[in-house]
Design a protein around this ligand. Sequence first.
Ligand code: ATP
Ligand code: MG
Length: 456
Amino acid sequence: MNQRYVLVVDDEPHMRRVLEIMLRKAGHLVFVAGNGREALEVLRDNPVDLVITDMRMPKMDGIELLTRLRQDGVEIPVIVITAHGSVESAVNAMKLGASDYVLRPFDIDALELAIARVLNEAEVVRQNSFMREELNRGWDAFVGTSAAMRTVYELIRQVAPTKASVMITGETGTGKELAARAIHNASPRSSKLFVPINCAAIPVDILEAELFGYEKGAFTGAVKERVGKFELANEGTIFLDELTEMPMALQAKLLRVLQENTLERLGSNRQIKLDIRVIAASNRTPRESIRDGHLREDLYYRLNVFAVDLPLLRERKEDIPDLASHFIAKHSHHIDGDAALSAAIVSRLQAYNWPGNVRELENMVERALILCGTGALKPEHFPLDLDRSGTSPVLLASNTVSVGPLVPAVEELEARMIEEALAQTEGSKPKAAALLDISERTLWYKLKKHLPKAND
Ligand SMILES: Nc1ncnc2c1ncn2[C@@H]1O[C@H](COP(=O)(O)OP(=O)(O)OP(=O)(O)O)[C@@H](O)[C@H]1O
Ligand SMILES: [Mg+2]
C-alpha cells in the first residue's frame, strides 16, 4: 500500500497509541489529535489523506468534526469508530459523509480492511469531486446540446421530482451513472444519500450481504453486524449499476424487497421500513437480457416505470467540440500549455466512431493533454484508429468528389442514405436504423428533419 498521511482522533491516549502503532506498521505517517477541535488544527496545517475518528469526545465530537469538514467542502475520507450497539450513530455518520465505520471493540483486520477500502475509494472520490461540484450547480454536468441529449435532459427533468423507478440503458461510457446522479440531485431526496452499487464489481457471494446487511454471526466471517447499501440509501436513492449481472435468485429477493418496502438483514427477522428511490442501469438491452436469462421479467417491469436511453456519441457528433472543450477544462489544471481545440482536431475527433462513447473521448483528451505537455494541442496528440471506424464504405464506393459547401452535401448524402435504407427494408424503421447503425430514435429525428412527412 502507498504511504499515506493518517490523522487519528481519539480522547483516550491508549487508543490513540494502539492505532498509531498499527498504522505505522502498515507504513503510514500518523498525526494524532485528542478531539475534533485539535483535529481541525492539524488538518489546517498538514496534508492528511484519511481521518480515523472516535465518536464520543469532549470539546468537539466525531459528528461535529465530520459536519464541519463537509460544510467547508473538505472531502478527506473519514472512518468513524463507534461503540458496539450504536449502529444508529454510525449510520448517522455515514449520512453526513463518513466513508465507513468500525464498531468497537474492533479487531485490527476489520479496521485494516476499512482503511484499504476507503483509501482505494478515495482515489475514485477525488476524480468524482469535480463532477459533484458540477452537479451541485445544476445541469452543468451534462454537456451537449444535440436533439438526442435535449430529449434526455427533458426526461430527467420530468422524472426527477417523482419517486418513480428509473431504468437507464445505453452503451458503455454514454453517461448512465451521470444521468442517475443528475436524477438524484434534481430530486427532493438530494440532501440524502445517493448510494451506487456496481453489481458486476462485487463478488457474487457477498453481493446479498452488501445489499441487505447482516447481523453478527449471520454467516461465517460475519463477526460484526453491518448495514447494507439499501439501509444506507434509506430516504435517498440507490443506484443498481449493471443490474443484469445480479444473480437471478438475488433479483427475486430484490423484487420482494421493492414490493414490500421492507427488508431484513441477513440473520435477523427485524423488519426495516424502506423509503427508497431505485435507479437501475445496464449497458445491455433489457429485452435481450430477459431472453438470455440474465434479467427477471417481473423485476424489469417493476423497475422500468420510466426508461431513459442514452444516445451513442457517434450519433451526436455535433456535441463533440463542446465535450472535448469541457474535458480540456476538466483535466488541464495540471498543465500550462495552450490547450485549445483547432478545427483540424475537431474534424479528426468527428471522423472517429467512439465505441467507448463519452468516456473514451474523455480519456483521449486527458491523454492528449499529457502528450502535448506545455506545447499546443495538435491532431497527432489524438491517435485514433480512423481506418477501423472512420470512413464509411458508402463513401468509398465512389472515389471522385467535387469540392463545395460541406454541410448541404453531407445533409443530402444523409437523406439519400436514409431513403435508400428505407427502400431496402420496405419502410421498416427498425430495420433501416439497424442498416444505418443508428438508433431508432435517431432515425426518427433525422426523418423529421429530412422527410417531415415520413413520420406521420
Ligand atoms: N453528456 C456528458 N457530458 C459530460 N460528461 C459526460 C457526459 N456523458 C458522460 N460523461 C462523462 O463520461 C464518463 C463516463 O460516464 P458514466 O460513468 O456516467 O458512463 P456509463 O454509461 O455509466 O458507463 P459504463 O457503462 O461503462 O459504466 C464520466 O466521466 C462522465 O462524467
Ligand atoms: Mg457506469
